[in-house]
Design a protein around this ligand. Structure first.
Ligand code: SF4
Length: 400
């Protein structure tokens, strides 16, 4: 039976490229330095084969967002990156105006590559600046300079990218509230369409974690970080970037549709190592091991299992996740929508617990909508662990 296009469900597609030019000292993403062109080609072969294997399962979907992230997708040889873009378009019927993002780090991309990507339908770039100060960039062991960023950004605009996100960080060694605001002032003059501002977290397994005692004296304390975050929100607002999520700010009409899918609990399908999916009511993720992934997908050896987890998401779990994700958004959680989804009253279940956060200025409840204030967002992990009775998070910080 033919499916009418009106019946087709929306979907997000995520593709993980686990390669970088060098490894940053704070990074715990699944990425590593790869100098072998053959290995990168073999990985892209696996991605293409994997997408093909989902073609039939996704035929009742019309993806309206695509995000190629990592790692550094632009660390791939351009031809390999083009092959991924082609495979997405070949295997999935994207909507006409689908948002199609690629992460591109400064100094890893050429003008010719950007022009070709734009012609192929990629219409959004996400670039990592992190800081406009060389000492802070060096502390993070980023390989680019502010000049590299300025050059890459201009190239992207010249290549007709009119939707560009730039990532920033706060809580960097040596950073002060003034230096962060200086970075923001610089960036708002450059005028990207979207800005993400993440808190630096010291994650186990990273050089920062191993050498914590060496960097600790240079890290801003919790009070300074809170001041940085609140001051940044204010400056961004004054410059026309409205906060719509804990770490995300956009000029009107430029919120990231792909990331909104995660926060709205919509469906998405991930390809590549460590990629997560929420597809057809199931939640699953693929192995973090690049060799295992390539072997399992391309050799089709049934003894090589590439799916790490596969659960039918339980209602209670879905409810907790919904609360957690909706409270990340400045739009907050609407108790009517909650009742519509779960048939339960948010007020009966959680209003009492919310009271202390409301009284202390961390949360608002207006016309049935519960939302965190900027200071509530800064301690959102603490609030959520209290509301949902999670294990203690240890340090108060929020996730990116
Ligand atoms: S470029 Fe990004 S993904 Fe690669 S090591 Fe640095 S932070 Fe991690």
């Amino acid at each position: 039976m033919q499916t009418n296009s009106f019946d087709k469900k929306r979907l997000g597609i995520y593709i993980h490229v686990p390669f970088c030019k060098s490894k940053c000292a704070y990074c715990d993403f699944n990425s590593s330095v790869c100098q072998s062109a053959e290995r990168m080609t073999a990985y892209v072969d696996a991605l293409v084969a994997h997408m093909e294997s989902y073609r039939a399962a996704a035929q009742n979907y019309e993806p309206n967002t695509v995000f190629i992230g990592g790692g550094t997708p632009t660390a791939l040889p351009p031809e390999e990156l083009f092959r991924i873009v082609k495979a997405v378009k070949h295997n999935f019927k994207l909507t006409k105006n689908a948002e199609f993002t690629i992460e591109a780090n400064p100094a890893t991309v050429s003008y010719a590559t950007l022009v070709k990507l734009r012609r192929m339908g990629v219409n959004r770039l996400s670039m990592g600046l992190q800081s406009a100060h060389e000492n802070e960039l060096q502390a993070l062991s980023r390989t680019h300079t502010r000049k590299d960023f300025a050059r890459s950004f201009k190239m992207a605009r010249d290549a007709k990218f009119d939707n560009i996100n730039v990532d920033l960080m706060f809580g960097i060694p040596y950073q002060t509230t003034d230096s962060l605001l200086h970075t923001i002032r610089y960036l708002t003059r450059v005028q990207p369409d979207h800005i993400s501002l993440y808190d630096l977290k010291i994650e186990p397994g990273t050089p920062f974690y191993r050498n914590y005692s060496e960097i600790a004296p240079y890290l801003p304390d919790d009070d300074t970080e809170a001041d940085m975050y609140i001051s940044a929100i204010e400056m961004l607002r004054n410059c026309g970037y409205l906060q719509y999520e804990i770490s995300n700010f956009a000029r009107p009409g430029h919120m990231c549709a792909h990331n909104l899918k995660y926060w709205n609990c919509d469906e998405y399908l991930g390809f590549g190592v460590s990629a997560h999916s929420y597809f057809n009511g199931s939640r699953f993720s693929f192995t973090a091991d690049v060799d295992r992934y390539m072997q399992g997908v391309t050799v089709k050896d049934s003894r090589v299992r590439i799916t790490d987890e596969c659960d039918i998401v339980e209602e209670r779990e879905r409810m907790g996740e919904y609360i957690m994700l909706r409270l990340r958004l400045t739009a907050g959680l609407d108790e009517r929508e909650f009742f519509h989804r779960f048939g339960l009253s948010f007020e009966t279940l959680y209003a009492e617990k919310c009271q202390k956060f409301i009284q202390n200025g961390f949360m608002t409840a207006k016309k049935g909508v519960y939302a965190l204030t900027p200071s509530g967002m800064f301690i959102s992990n603490y609030i959520l662990s209290d509301l949902l009775e999670f294990e203690d998070f240890g340090r108060i910080y929020f996730g990116s």
